[in-house]
Design a protein around this ligand. Structure first.
Ligand SMILES: *Cc1c(COP(=O)(O)O)cnc(C)c1O
Length: 405
């Protein structure tokens, strides 16, 4: 069986984790702080806060920006539920918009139509690793007629004076637009280091601060270190300094810090990301495109286009002119050939909870169309050349069997 995306855990990672375990410091400490610095340097962004998940990072930024009841947050209908759930946690109104046919990313015209005086945040998702069109989104939120709609309710909202762009960059670590890496493309970006993501810490995430002047990103980083650790003004490491036991609670904070055991994995992964992880993923995706590009029914994902390049997180293949049941039948035949495939994603408005509160996929026709013919192929660094061919052969055979029926 060819798996979908098993983690690559080798001796180097095991050794670094063992070092962390033996160091006497296993929760947030020197490795997490080093990992944050290394990510900031990699992305060329001012400050990075590592947490236990991307979901926690997205929610903490919504909370920091003061998003609550009566506020609206714009999210693509075609994403993982985490992007939507965090808006619900804050009690804000979740506003889905449709996506592009060509690249699966949030559609700028649809964002424009969805903006109201209550819109506080837009959360674009870099689907499969391909960066959204941030230039257009930045231009949109700064357009005089959009900016004048913005109602600031908090001092940070006042300071920004416009809608915040919070990128769900869970897929796009290492992707670029105009030669700039994700993380530095908009106000705040959040990466996921979940086990299936390009760069993993088993579970984890990172918030990349790139807010414009007059914001002080370091100050916000420091404030959010407290907010993500109970609202306690001293972290565990600071408290172990001789005589430094006294602490205060300055707000009812959250608890979502990263451990040094996780950071140990991340440090090794990041150090070899450009030399080993990204090129291998790129090779797999390009080989899929080369082989499947010969099939008339194949709609290949955009990997590189003009000024932007994906992180090669997913390979979202689409099959032209098929229905959702045909897609499901094709997937079953691929599984029968012992190849694991997936669908990214079941659109959030199609899930039972979001349907029950009134969302309807019929309002997001491009999302549905993309979903109904999408099959994600395995991409992971231990996939061999032979296995790449096994995958494409399984896909070609399955499609031919189903569309000839
Ligand atoms: C994986 C994923 C997340 C959540 O990441 P966690 O680190 O598991 O919280 C959020 N958004 C998208 C699009 C994802 O794929």
């Amino acid at each position: 069986m060819i798996k979908f995306s098993p983690p690559h855990i080798d001796q180097e990672i095991i050794d670094e984790v063992v070092s962390a375990l033996k160091s006497g410091w296993i929760t947030t400490g020197p490795r997490t702080k080093q990992f944050e610095k290394n990510i900031a340097a990699y992305c060329d962004a001012p400050n990075v806060l590592c947490l236990n998940s991307a979901t926690a990072g997205l929610e903490i930024i919504l909370r920091w920006f003061g998003v609550g009841p009566n506020d609206e947050v714009i999210v693509p209908a075609y994403t993982y539920c985490a992007t939507a759930n965090v808006v619900m946690h804050c009690g804000a109104k979740l506003v889905f918009v449709d996506v592009n046919q060509n690249d699966f990313n949030i559609n700028i015209e649809q964002i424009k139509k969805a903006i109201t005086p209550n819109t506080k945040v837009i959360m674009p998702v870099d689907f499969a690793g391909l960066p959204c069109n941030y230039e257009a989104i930045i231009a949109l939120v700064n357009a005089p007629e959009i900016k004048s709609l913005f109602k600031a309710n908090t001092s940070d909202q006042e300071k920004l004076g416009r809608i915040l762009i919070l990128s769900d960059a869970a897929h796009s670590f290492g992707a670029t637009a105009n030669g700039v890496r994700t993380g530095a493309l908009c106000d705040v970006s959040v990466f996921s280091f979940h086990a299936v993501k390009n760069l993993t810490t088993s579970e984890g995430g990172a918030v990349v601060f790139n807010l414009p002047a007059p914001f002080n990103n370091l100050e916000i980083y420091n404030a959010l270190c407290i907010k993500t650790l109970h609202g306690q003004n001293k972290d565990a490491l600071a408290k172990t300094q001789k005589g430094n036991w006294k602490y205060d609670i300055v707000e009812p904070g959250y608890k979502c810090n990263m451990t040094d055991i996780s950071a140990a994995i991340g440090l090794v992964e990041l150090a070899r990301y450009d030399a080993m992880i990204l090129p291998k993923r790129k090779h797999i995706c390009e080989t899929y495109s080369k082989i499947l590009g010969e099939q008339a029914w194949a709609q290949l994902p955009i990997l590189k286009e003009n000024d932007r390049e994906t992180s090669y997180h997913l390979y979202p293949l689409r099959i032209k002119n098929i229905t959702e049941p045909q897609r499901d039948a094709i997937m079953q035949k691929i599984f029968d050939a012992d190849v694991a495939v997936n669908v990214h994603f079941i659109p959030v408005p199609m899930t039972s909870y979001y349907t029950s509160i009134g969302y309807n996929i019929a309002n997001y026709p491009v999302t549905y169309k993309n979903f109904s013919c999408e099959i994600s192929l395995p991409v992971f660094i231990d996939l061999t050349e032979d296995e790449i061919v096994t995958v494409t052969t399984a896909v070609i055979n399955a499609v031919n069997m189903v569309i000839q029926q």
